[in-house]
Design a binder for this molecule. Structure first.
Ligand SMILES: Cc1cc2nc3c(=O)[nH]c(=O)nc-3n(C[C@H](O)[C@H](O)[C@H](O)COP(=O)(O)OP(=O)(O)OC[C@H]3O[C@@H](n4cnc5c(N)ncnc54)[C@H](O)[C@@H]3O)c2cc1C
Length: 362
């Protein structure tokens, strides 16, 4: 059994930010990441971020990842980073089972931070397993990490920010976006992204969903159908679109499985994307010294994941008696940053969800 002051599962913006603060407080840290690179979702994001300078606004996602990774340099005697390493088991005594290169290892954390992020939701329709049908994350990985175009003509499903941004990136890569299909009557993402697509000639099919996919060995056509105001299909409203790629971007669900396995108290909160841990305002779950931050606690943004990660690192250190040199001012500043990020109408859904899990927003 390998013992550390802190074990962090997930090397995205939340996990990386937590690691930096915990290291500054003097903790020994193991950071476990199942992919072969650190950065989480950020490494696929080629667009410049919105928001505040404090969370790297106007910087491209993959550059933010690089900054967060560089922040961990110089801690060689305190920090162990495991890549290609998947945490496959997590138990209430804070023991973790980690699988890497054909071997299983056991870790015991004085504290554990779960920062596993989220997984994509899928859509049920006839033939939804035809080659050519992807989640938006897979398309981003193909294009933005490996430089591979997924196809020639795409139908995008979902008008949230991810669907809008990935549509724009497809167009930049020379792929034709034939239509953007959205079941709701309003666009889910920021209008600035939607307007850009409209200016580029992308048609938005509102109150519409995918009924089936057609193709022999690969996707050839997408059949869409109109929905009424109770989201029921309107018979006779089907129409066919020729396409070799269908990109599904209908939301994310928190990757809660490790927390559920350890028996943390979980709540189903639709505003946060599904099952999330109940937590104190110190980000501690119902299991002592087990914390959670980022998308695993509710689907939000990298900006808030970074701030939450820093708070979690600070709390994990404080509660084990490690002193961060700027503990009090940092805590106040980070809590203030989160309030600013979540203010206004865009933050209403997340504020409402967080009230249900124990964080108070008035
Ligand atoms: C197309 C797109 C555009 C976006 N644009 C913006 C934007 O402009 N601004 C913004 O603020 N946010 C944006 N976001 C959202 C942002 O990327 C996420 O909210 C953020 O990455 C969440 O951070 P996280 O650390 O919680 O999770 P992630 O970034 O998902 O990182 C989680 C990490 O945990 C690892 N992991 C999971 N399970 C295990 C396990 N069992 N063992 C080991 N490792 C594990 C994963 O491999 C992953 O690397 C965008 C997202 C997408 C998809």
């Amino acid at each position: 059994m390998i013992k550390r002051d802190l074990v962090i599962v997930g090397g995205g913006p939340a996990g990386l930010s937590a690691a930096k603060v915990a290291l500054d407080a003097g903790m020994s840290v193991t950071l476990i990441e199942r992919f072969n690179q650190l950065g989480g979702q950020l490494i696929k994001q080629t667009h410049k971020f919105f928001g505040s300078q404090l969370q790297y606004a106007k910087t491209r996602g993959f550059d933010i990842a690089r900054i967060l990774i560089d922040d961990l340099k110089g801690y060689d005697d305190q920090l162990e980073i495991l890549l290609d390493a998947t945490c496959v088991g997590f138990y209430p005594d804070k023991v973790l089972t980690v699988y890497q290169y054909g071997k299983y290892m056991k870790y015991l954390g004085g504290s554990v931070i779960i920062a596993t992020g989220a997984s994509e939701k899928v859509l049920a329709f006839e033939n939804n397993d035809l080659p050519g049908i992807y989640g938006a994350g897979a398309i981003q990985t193909l294009m933005n990490i490996y430089g591979i175009k997924p196809g020639k003509e795409v139908v995008m499903v979902g008008s949230g920010n991810i669907g809008l941004i990935v549509s724009y990136q497809l167009i930049q890569a020379g792929v034709k976006v034939k239509a953007l299909v959205e079941a709701a009557s309003t666009i889910g993402g920021y209008l600035v992204h939607a307007s850009k697509l409209k200016r580029l000639g992308v048609g938005f099919l509102m109150n519409t969903t995918v009924k089936k996919a057609i193709g022999k060995d690969h996707l050839e056509k997408v059949v869409t159908v109109k929905l009424d105001d109770r989201w029921q299909e309107i018979p006779g409203s089907e129409s066919e679109i020729d396409a070799d790629v269908l990109c599904i971007s209908v939301g994310l669900s928190p990757l809660h499985q490790l927390l559920s396995m350890a028996g943390a108290h979980m709540l189903d909160v639709s505003e946060l994307g599904g099952l999330v841990p109940k937590k104190t305002c110190d980000y501690e779950t119902s299991i002592d010294h087990v914390y959670a931050c980022g998308d695993v606690t509710g689907i939000e943004e990298a900006s808030s994941a970074m701030v939450e990660g820093r708070i979690c690192g600070l709390m994990a250190a404080n509660h084990l008696g490690f002193k961060h040199p700027e503990a009090q001012s940092l805590e106040d500043d980070l809590n203030n940053q989160l309030c600013v990020l979540r203010q206004g109408p865009c933050g209403e859904k997340i504020r409402c969800g967080l009230k249900k899990v124990g964080e108070i927003y008035d």
